[in-house]
Design a protein around this ligand. Structure first.
Ligand SMILES: O=C1O[C@H]([C@@H](O)CO)C(O)=C1O
Length: 553
């Protein structure tokens, strides 16, 4: 068991992620942030200094369970106070499981501002992955806008509401191309097109250099603010072997859908014509696309990387072909021998996702409550019994059974809330995510939901309204373990997990503007068993006052 020490400084810097200069949130002058790489069982210490001057910051380690260290989960108002400008907070935690993960800002919309990076956990020394590969690459997928997240946030909180719109570009490892037309590269024989594909620019596509007839592991993580993506590699098949840090029964695909908050590992065999290069591309799914494809280049050595692939990037399935997306999702099952879910549940919470108004402001709500985060982190207020810190009534377990999820709601109003679902420690909980029609007629969107502190088993997906008889269709034999799962338009998704991690955990839509608009809930279990929370995590709100009073007596 090793310890890894990192000293990080978060600051804004000028950068041109898509060939247009803007401002990104960087770590140690890097965008995306540095990759953390360690082995399962290792401990990491990240000493994070906030150099932002005028705003707080926290970082969430997406997919890491934080068993025994819930204060290191990096969620503002939930696990800790934000780190103020000039201050340093040390994240200390153990990497419990091998897999592909990432980290990102979890305060306001700092993830959309570019605060993210990869976190790769290798198997412990002496252990083996259940598949073979000769080399590996890492693709961190994101989307990018040309307005600051501060302006985006003001729009979301304004009346009338101003939506952020579709991304300007899609990034792969922080590199994209705004407004470039690849068509010019293919329709004429001019070698100088409008895209900056092969230079030394900050926006030049990532090059994956491969040798013929080898197998590579490609780790893919999506930290998009909004876009659901389809990933494809021209002329190559991919074999899916890992999802969210859990092994899956391998299956081959030509392309795959990846939603914000998800990770995959795929194996790629370099069995194509080695005198050519091939496009790696991402495309928008689930929303009418207004964004060009994200690109990287699969470069067969010794071919030069600057040789433009002979074939244009793969064409993605039609954005609203949900049948295609569901088919992919249904192929993901746990690798044989993976832990099975408990056969029954102790508590079932049905969570209806709706778009609503609160006093004319556009919001998202869960069982009619739009989440507003309190100024005292829940972990501190629950542990120390500071009941005035948040709503003490438990949020509803169900929505009204006569609610028609297929049409616009007769009453579109919701309320704000900060209540917590208090779970019995070690109990089995079913979370049923129920999608519905949004405010506009005939609109229901994709929402990828991410659970902090746990993996869940994805027991099934279905159409329309979930009813008790849908239990019969649950997969209890080999459901995949994940930390993020999508709800499809007008559908439901059933998840099961064991509440075995003392702490307070967010469960929310990973679309950043949606979370900002209230699309999340807070779960807590066994908080009285949480060890000594570092004071630095709680020096704000009512916990800060409590510390002051304790010192005065
Ligand atoms: O939350 C959202 O708001 C807009 C739209 O519903 C209103 O402009 C949109 O597409 C979302 O996903």
């Amino acid at each position: 068991q090793n310890r890894h020490f990192y000293k990080w400084e978060v600051e804004y810097m000028y950068w041109s992620p898509d060939c247009i200069e803007g401002v990104v949130m960087a770590i140690n002058g890097q965008f995306p942030g540095p990759t953390i790489r360690a082995r399962a069982g290792d401990k990491v210490h990240i000493e994070l200094t906030n150099k932002l001057h005028t705003e707080g910051v926290v970082i969430h380690w997406h997919g890491i369970s934080q068993k025994g260290t819930p204060w290191a989960d990096g969620t503002a108002s939930i696990s800790q106070c934000v780190i103020n400008p000039g201050e340093t907070f040390v994240y200390r935690f153990q990497l419990d499981k091998a897999g592909t993960y990432f980290y990102h800002g979890h305060y306001g919309m700092q993830r959309s501002a570019g605060l993210y990076g990869s976190l790769i956990v290798d198997v412990a020394k002496g252990e083996k992955e259940p598949f073979h590969y000769d080399g590996e690459f890492n693709l961190l997928l994101s989307d990018w806008w040309h307005t600051s997240v501060h302006e985006q946030g003001v729009g979301l909180y304004s009346k009338p509401f101003r939506w952020i719109g579709e991304p300007k570009s899609l990034l792969i490892n922080g590199r994209g191309q705004y407004n470039c037309s690849l068509a010019a590269h293919y329709s004429s024989n001019s070698s100088t097109g409008p895209c900056k594909l092969t230079g030394a620019e900050q926006c030049a596509p990532q090059v994956l250099r491969v040798l013929p007839n080898k197998t590579y592991r490609i780790r893919v993580a999506s930290t998009t603010a909004l876009a659901s993506l389809n990933l494809a590699i021209g002329n190559h098949k991919m074999v899916v072997v890992e999802a969210d840090g859990n092994y899956v029964q391998p299956f081959a695909v030509d392309e795959l859908d990846i939603y914000s908050g998800e990770t995959y590992s795929v194996l790629l065999t370099t069995n194509q014509q080695p005198s050519n290069n091939y496009w790696v591309s991402t495309s928008v799914r689930g929303r009418e696309p207004h964004t060009p494809q994200g690109l990287a280049i699969l470069n067969y050595l010794p071919t030069t990387a600057s040789k433009i692939p002979v074939s244009p990037p793969p064409v993605a399935p039609l954005w609203n072909n949900y049948t295609h997306s569901k088919l992919f999702t249904s192929k993901i099952v746990a690798l044989m021998g993976s832990p099975r879910p408990p056969p029954t549940y102790y508590r079932r919470i049905v969570l209806l996702n709706t778009q609503n108004y609160i006093k004319g402001y556009k919001k998202w709500a869960i069982n009619n409550i739009s989440l507003t985060l309190p100024s005292t982190p829940y972990l501190g207020s629950i542990k120390y019994g500071l009941n005035s810190a948040f709503d003490q009534t438990s949020p509803p377990e169900y929505y009204p059974m006569d609610y028609n999820v297929m049409v616009q709601a007769p009453n579109q109003n919701a309320t704000y809330g900060s209540g917590v679902y208090m779970l019995e420690l070690n109990s089995t909980v079913d979370l049923i995510l129920q999608n519905a029609n949004a405010l506009d007629k005939n609109v229901s969107e994709i929402h990828p939901w991410h659970l902090h502190g746990h993996n869940f088993w994805v027991l099934g997906y279905g159409e329309g309204k979930f009813t008790v008889k849908d239990e019969r269709s649950f997969n209890l034999k080999n459901p995949p373990l994940r930390n993020t799962a999508v709800i499809f338009p007008y559908g439901w998704t059933a998840l099961r997990f064991v509440a075995d991690n003392p702490g307070v955990w967010a469960f929310h839509c990973h679309i950043e503007p949606h979370l900002h608009m209230g699309m999340g809930v807070v779960l807590a279990e066994g908080v009285h068993l949480v060890g000594k929370i570092p004071n630095e995590a709680l020096t704000c709100g009512l916990t800060a006052k409590m510390f002051l009073n304790n010192n005065n007596h």
